[in-house]
Design a protein around this ligand. Structure first.
Ligand SMILES: CC(C)(COP(=O)(O)OP(=O)(O)OC[C@H]1O[C@@H](n2cnc3c(N)ncnc32)[C@H](O)[C@@H]1OP(=O)(O)O)[C@@H](O)C(=O)NCCC(=O)NCCS
Length: 399
């Protein structure tokens, strides 16, 4: 099937491709991906500015409430997050019962969905359908609860995989500090916490990507917020989306050193295979998140004695990009290429990479869903039917 499907003149010209390329879902004030020039902003602030000067909690607040919090607002927000991060026995049991080698994204999705069975308030959106302001208020509260709960489930998964006891959050730590503490049992150094904060900030929101679209579509049926976030986690899991950081690192590690990059890239190109961690539907320039992470990956790999991995990544990037530029279609690294290296150098097991992405993106999913709610209309696109219309059923014995 051709990629280009048609053109709509309304009120501007939109070119549509398969995979809803070019389709518009709604008007948003949450964030803007400038794919041509390689810029990303959240509510008007560049991600470089936010990752240099804010914590993940401030950025999550910005995405959800539309402004950067002052000190008092941040304190209240942190309190709301802290109140919800405890894991009840039922959830811990589920996480510990599932096979240790189950994919962490499946366990995360199960944990979030199960939490929905315990949170009686999560039915409220349906009850408040005739009162949009009340629906927005309760859904915002539940979204904040889910942010903290997703984080705690994610950390619990890391521990359960190693047969370690699940840890509850420490009320004196930040959102990110707790994520690291609940995973490792150790309070992180300020440097590690800041680096993790940067990773979470960079992945907190990114336009109407597949998982965000999944969240908005799910919630547009007035489904509950837990089902919404669980659906989005399922969508994020795939290697074309949030699973790419896991796949990209596995590919890089398998190359076996920078000196082997040339032959590896040549083989990929000769076989017409995709290099995971490259390309993007929207970015036609360098993904700005990858640029920030590349800088940190370099410093971190040097510090941890992992220069070979970093140099392999840079070598692959240079060779692959040069080849693609020569073919007239430059394809740049995306966020997943360098985030995988940073997570690896921070000591996270590879299967947990997409889970970190999900913890971060929960803020963006929630923000987009809450923005859409006051003007909610159920999503219902159509497919072009291209099959027969005149068949008659033949009795089963005669088929
Ligand atoms: C991100 C991605 C899914 C976007 O998909 P998309 O918008 O549907 O783009 P397409 O897959 O149609 O790719 C467009 C063209 O670029 C090429 N291309 C895209 N990504 C590529 C990659 N990583 N390696 C090699 N070629 C790639 C495709 O082969 C295609 O070439 P063609 O026009 O000659 O057929 C895609 O780039 C990809 O699969 N990347 C690898 C997975 C990944 O890193 N995902 C994380 C995204 S943040």
């Amino acid at each position: 099937m051709p990629k280009f499907l048609g053109r709509i003149e309304f009120p501007c010209t939109i070119e549509l491709g398969r995979g809803l390329e070019g389709a518009i879902t709604n008007v948003t004030r949450i964030g803007y991906v400038n794919g041509e020039e390689g810029h990303l902003n959240y509510r008007g602030y560049s991600i470089e500015d936010l990752s240099d000067n804010c914590s993940y909690e401030e950025v999550a607040y910005l995405l959800i409430f539309g402004k950067l919090p002052n000190r008092a607002e941040l304190n209240t927000f942190q309190l709301r997050l802290r109140k919800s991060g405890e894991l009840p026995e039922e959830i811990i049991r589920i996480i510990e019962t599932l096979p240790r080698d189950a994919h962490p994204m499946n366990v995360l999705q199960t944990g979030v969905a199960a939490f929905g069975c315990l949170d009686r308030d999560s039915l409220e959106v349906t009850r408040h359908v005739s009162d949009p302001a009340a629906a927005l208020e309760i859904e915002t509260e539940i979204a904040i609860r889910i942010m903290a709960r997703t984080r705690s489930i994610a950390a619990a998964i890391a521990r359960a995989r190693k047969g370690q006891a699940v840890l509850q959050p420490d009320p004196n730590l930040s959102f990110t500090g707790n994520y690291l503490y609940q995973m490792s049992g150790e309070k992180p150094s300020p440097v590690t916490e800041k680096l993790m904060d940067i990773c979470l900030i960079l992945q907190a929101d990114h336009g109407m990507n597949a998982s965000t679209f999944t969240a908005v579509v799910t919630h547009s049926t007035l489904s509950d917020m837990y089902s919404t976030i669980a659906a989005a986690i399922g969508s994020l899991r795939g290697p074309l989306h949030g699973g790419a950081n896991e796949a990209a690192l596995e590919e890089l590690a398998a190359i076996g050193g920078p000196e082997k990059a040339k032959a590896w890239v040549a083989e990929k190109i000769a076989k017409g295979q995709k290099v995971i961690g490259f390309g993007h539907r929207v970015y036609k320039a360098y993904d700005p998140r990858a640029l920030v992470l590349k800088k940190h990956a370099e410093a971190l790999c040097r510090e941890k004695g992992m220069e070979s991995l970093y140099r392999t990544a840079v070598e692959v990037e240079n060779l692959f990009l040069a080849e693609m530029k020569a073919k007239g279609k430059p394809i740049y690294p995306n966020v997943d290429y360098y985030s995988g290296i940073v997570y690896h150098a921070l000591g996270f097991p590879t299967p947990l990479f997409p889970v970190i992405f999900a913890v971060s993106r929960t803020a963006g999913w929630a923000a987009r869903v809450l923005e859409y709610l006051p003007e909610n209309r159920i999503f219902r696109p159509r497919a072009v039917y291209d099959g027969p219309t005149d068949l008659k059923v033949v009795p089963i014995e005669k088929r």
